[in-house]
Design a protein around this ligand. Structure first.
Ligand SMILES: [Zn+2]
Length: 311
């Protein structure tokens, strides 16, 4: 890879830009918020202006960009991004006209998986899955050290794997997707339900009488303080992720599953039930071979992975 590459992480709430060295260290960075719906022209202009301001920009030959949404990697088009409110935006060409550099574009979860491959596994785990646990559940698949994109670039939609055939309807239209159970808003809802039923005393206390204050972080704090209901919410989430991971382990035989995103901070509360479920469901050899870790680099996986995509 070139000495310095530029990575851009374009999400629904903000843009992160960073110049990254060969070892994955961020040399220089900037960020700004995005409005939703975001005007593609304005976003491209602001990104270009912020890139040009970077001291080392002149040394950059190629740029990688990760975007939340359905991406046509070959044509460089954002086919659909609900978070940005975009349909068929030719982002790569818009940016390369302004910046006059070679640009690669991909889905943000794929780019995060590249980041995890590079930073968390130091390029060693050739077969790796990266699962982002946040508002939604994102996924990226690295096979033989490269992103696996499938035939239309849509592979890795791990959040929309069914774990309950008759489960609640998901935003994607399917029923019982894993995201519908362990996505941050749904975890918070389980906490609200418990409080409404008069249970979860510590949850209620931490929420200071307003159930709208309940978040996964608050539920984690309650569980650590001994709240039975909160512990059960995390146990159940671990069990459901365990069902998903058992399938993924049987399907892909990865060396590593890297968890990232806000909810992954509470992975320790889910590990016991997750592992128990994995070992009761998956083939034993691949289950034993797979390490499940929490990324040490959650906040920069996207932008560093994008820089790696630039090469
Ligand atoms: Zn879904």
């Amino acid at each position: 890879m070139e000495k310095l590459c530029l990575g851009i992480d374009l999400g629904g709430t903000g843009v992160k830009i960073a110049i990254v060295d060969k070892k994955g260290n961020i040399v220089e960075h900037s960020s700004f918020p995005t409005a939703c719906p975001a005007d593609p022209k304005k976003i491209a202009e602001t990104i270009a202006a912020n890139c040009r301001k970077l001291k080392h920009f002149k040394k950059i030959r190629s740029i990688g960009i990760g975007v939340a949404g359905d991406i046509d990697q070959e044509k460089g088009i954002v086919r659909f991004s609900p978070n940005l409110g975009w349909k068929n935006v030719p982002l790569r060409d818009m940016l390369s006209k302004k910046l006059r550099k070679h640009i690669n574009i991909d889905n943000d979860a794929n780019v995060a998986a590249l980041g995890a491959f590079w930073l968390d596994s130091k390029g060693k785990a050739k077969n790796l899955l990266c699962v982002t646990l946040g508002t939604g559940v994102g996924g990226g698949i690295v096979i033989n050290g490269e992103i696996y994109r499938g035939s239309t670039g849509s592979a890795g939609e791990i959040g929309h794997v069914t774990i309950e055939p008759n489960g609640p309807r998901c935003n994607c239209g399917n029923h019982g997707c894993i995201e519908r159970y362990v996505g941050a808003p749904y975890l918070s809802n389980y906490g609200r339900e418990a409080v409404r039923k008069g249970n979860g005393k510590i949850i209620a206390k931490l929420a200071k009488g307003n159930i709208d204050n309940i978040t996964p972080a608050l539920l984690a704090e309650a569980a650590r303080k001994g709240d039975k209901e909160a512990k059960e919410i995390w146990n159940k989430a671990g069990e459901r992720l365990g069902i998903l991971f058992a399938d993924l382990i049987n399907l892909c035989n990865p060396e590593m599953i890297v968890l990232s995103g806000g909810v992954s901070c509470s992975a320790d509360l889910m590990m016991k039930s997750m592992n128990k479920t994995i070992f009761s469901r998956a083939y034993q050899t691949p289950a034993r071979a797979c390490r499940i870790i929490v990324s040490h680099y959650t906040h920069k996986l996207g932008v560093v992975g994008a820089a790696l995509l630039a090469k």
